[in-house]
Design a protein around this ligand. Structure first.
Ligand code: ADP
Length: 488
């Protein structure tokens, strides 16, 4: 199959969240399965720090309302692969230090709608210029959600795209690409599409909705989240109705893990390597982590979080019981960035409990690896979680996940009970109710069990031997593409 994979962020070129990890790995796995995969993303300023893409002698113009905006194409490869990646260039749109937010104000760039209209149309123009002949165009999240819309409207009669089918993956329904209605003019689409069944959402333009309505097949990143988003507004964020209408074409495929990057056996970013058969290195990593955060190098459970500081991630549940948590014999480290209020709250806790708490506000990939390796328990009390990657990394690092039963977390973590411990299924701890008390109860349960070294080792090892690699999920995507191709 000829597959075009479109993503606004891809590791190692640009990353703000889990989508970048997915986009950096899935295309390579699909190539290994024998498919012909070509990847597209914007040429952000930071890309050139990572790779040196070759400028091709190809340029195009995209009409944006009354203007015409120029773009060109750069070529590179996904690291350690022969999978080509094309970067859509327009310096005015993408030559910035940040991907979506203005660092000065902390707010989204005012022209985000225009930037990703340009990107979406730019990809289609580039496909034509490069004379690619895709069977499938696989789009991800709101930033490329207009591609399925264009394929069924402005580009519907274009000979290049007659046989193309589109697949749209929703990585998080909390980010919909909502813009004021006048941005409709920038899309070049007919105003008739601005209705509640298509692109309009409570008076605004909703790009994600366009992707859901116009793509041939839709998926999200776990089976449970695919079900949840069709239920209530809490999960569907107002799009539950439209998702229910498309339920026959809506699938759930769990993300995989790139074990060439996330495996303590050969991770170069941690102070000592270890594996299920030789865990000595984990102790070294724990001591190193304690030292890194100026915590006493004691044999107490180290609880950790690496997260966007956002209400979705349940950080407030934890903040609300922090004083109770500190009564337990444990240490807590957090690596995160996001909501400024939450940042200050956790910084204040670190000041209040300097011997028990370490906080690093910022984005630091190396530190993320050190934490995965050095901690004992990884907290993910999410309100909702489309897939979640950190619980899967944690499993391989023998860092037992403690999660709220939702989305991909529920699909991957089996709560430790006498029965699951015995049958080898227990790989973590979980709770159902999104309350601070439920979280505290579960932390207490985990911290207590952590003292029982033999049992704890069993939970760790159950998780460490599980295989959450991409191979299985990549095959599922290939099946999804087949389903899309069968669409009229
Ligand atoms: P989401 O995409 O909702 O943020 P995921 O669990 O799917 O959550 O993916 C988050 C990814 O981003 C993981 O790879 C995680 O390690 C990484 N990450 C999140 N915050 C930070 C941070 N502050 N520093 C380094 N890595 C981070």
């Amino acid at each position: 199959m000829n597959i075009i994979y479109v993503s606004p962020e891809i590791v190692p070129f640009a990353k703000t969240g889990g989508l970048a990890d997915v986009a950096g790995t899935l295309p390579k796995c699909l190539s290994k399965l024998g498919h012909n995969v070509t990847v597209f993303m914007p040429l952000y300023k930071g890309v050139k720090n990572v790779t040196n893409p070759v400028q091709m002698n190809l340029s195009f113009e995209i009409p944006i309302f009354n203007n015409s905006k120029p773009g060109s194409i750069y070529k590179g490869f996904l690291p350690e692969s022969k999978t080509p990646i094309y970067f859509i260039e327009n310096d005015g749109y993408y030559g910035r230090n940040e991907l979506y937010k203005d660092p000065k104000t902390g707010k989204d760039f005012a022209d985000n709608c225009e930037r990703f209209i340009f990107f979406s149309r730019g990809v289609l123009e580039a496909i034509k210029l490069l004379k690619l002949t895709p069977d499938i165009i696989h789009c991800n999240d709101w930033q490329s959600a207009l591609i399925p819309v264009y394929l069924k409207t402005l580009y519907a009669t274009d000979l290049c795209f007659q046989k193309v089918r589109s697949v749209f993956t929703i990585h998080n329904l909390g980010y919909q690409g909502l813009f004021w209605h006048w941005d409709m003019k920038l899309t070049g689409l007919d105003w008739s599409l601005f209705n509640w069944k298509q692109l309009e959402f409570f008076g605004n333009l909703n790009l994600l909705k366009g992707g859901i309505v116009f793509s041939d097949v839709i998926n999200t990143v776990s089976k449970k989240y695919a079900e949840e988003i069709q239920t209530t507004d809490d999960f569907g964020k107002g799009l539950e109705g439209i998702l229910r209408e498309r339920s026959k074409d809506l699938y759930g495929i769990l993300n995989g893990i790139d074990y060439s990057v996330w495996d303590p056996a050969h991770d170069r970013l941690i102070p000592a390597n270890y594996s299920i058969n030789d865990l000595k290195g984990k102790q070294v990593c724990k001591r190193h982590l304690q030292q890194r955060f100026n915590l006493p190098q004691k044999d107490v459970p180290v609880l950790a979080m690496i997260t966007r500081l956002d209400v979705q991630k349940g950080v407030l549940l934890l903040a609300d019981i922090f004083d109770d948590l500190m009564k337990l014999d444990l240490q807590f480290v957090l690596l995160g960035t996001g909501n400024i209020e939450y940042e200050s709250r956790f910084k204040a806790y670190a000041k209040q409990y300097p011997k028990k708490v370490g906080i690093y506000i910022g984005f630091d990939n190396a530190l993320a690896h050190e934490i995965e390796a050095g901690a004992d328990i990884f907290l993910m009390p999410s309100k909702y979680e489309p897939c979640g990657l950190n619980q899967l990394y944690s499993l391989r690092y023998g860092t037992v996940p403690l999660i709220r039963n939702t989305g991909g977390l529920a699909d991957t973590i089996t709560d430790c009970t006498p029965a699951t411990l015995k049958n080898g299924k227990a790989n973590g701890f979980s709770f159902d109710e999104f309350t601070s008390q439920a979280l505290l109860k579960t932390i207490t349960r985990a911290v207590t069990l952590c003292k029982d070294k033999a049992r704890w080792l069993r939970i760790m090892k159950h998780g460490m031997k599980q295989d959450w690699s991409w191979e299985h999920s990549a095959r599922e995507y290939a099946k999804l593409y087949e389903k899309a191709l069968q669409k009229a």
